[in-house]
Design a protein around this ligand. Structure first.
Ligand SMILES: Nc1ncnc2c1ncn2[C@@H]1O[C@H](COP(=O)(O)OP(=O)(O)OP(=O)(O)O)[C@@H](O)[C@H]1O
Ligand SMILES: [Mg+2]
Length: 133
């Protein structure tokens, strides 16, 4: 894995925009990192890199936001169990042909595609973030 050091929210978004070009339809990326690390900021950049014009907002309450079938952005923080996620149909999108970005994926570990990619964002001093990808 490689590491990119970001010094600002904007730098993370720009990096994610470039990272998006390495993705193919059907890919799943697990976005890892503590609260406030920048996972949703990264997702906004990926959406921009994919040419999605809709504003990307945190799907905390909806669990998953669907951007035209091209991008599915998950936030599993409030999911209680993999069974709940499966009952809600959340696993169906992993092979729907879009790119899936998943925050708090550990909540639904048994449902994740085995070949998922990972991006780990670590908070450092102030606005600095270490992004391993
Ligand atoms: N270098 C940076 N990269 C990304 N975000 C940064 C950076 N520096 C500061 N921030 C700030 O950190 C916050 C990151 O918020 P974000 O919602 O993306 O976190 P998250 O990892 O999705 O958290 P949660 O687990 O609660 O969903 C934002 O307020 C953003 O402005
Ligand atoms: Mg988030």
């Amino acid at each position: 894995m490689a590491v990119f050091v970001s010094g600002s929210r904007e730098a993370t978004e720009k990096f994610a925009e470039r990272y998006a070009r390495t993705l193919s339809p059907g890919d799943t990326v697990l976005l890892e990192g503590e609260m406030g690390a920048g996972k949703t900021v990264f997702a906004k950049g990926v959406a921009r890199g994919l040419g999605i014009r809709e504003e990307v907002t945190s799907p905390t309450y909806a669990y998953m936001n669907d951007y035209g079938g091209r991008l599915f952005h998950y936030d599993c923080y409030r999911i209680e169990s993999p069974e709940q996620a499966e009952a809600l149909g959340l696993a169906d999108y992993f092979d729907a042909g879009g790119i899936c970005l998943v925050e708090w994926s550990e909540k639904i570990a048994p449902l994740l595609p085995a070949d998922a990619k990972r991006v780990i964002i670590r908070k450092r001093e102030g606005d600095e973030r270490e992004i391993e990808y």
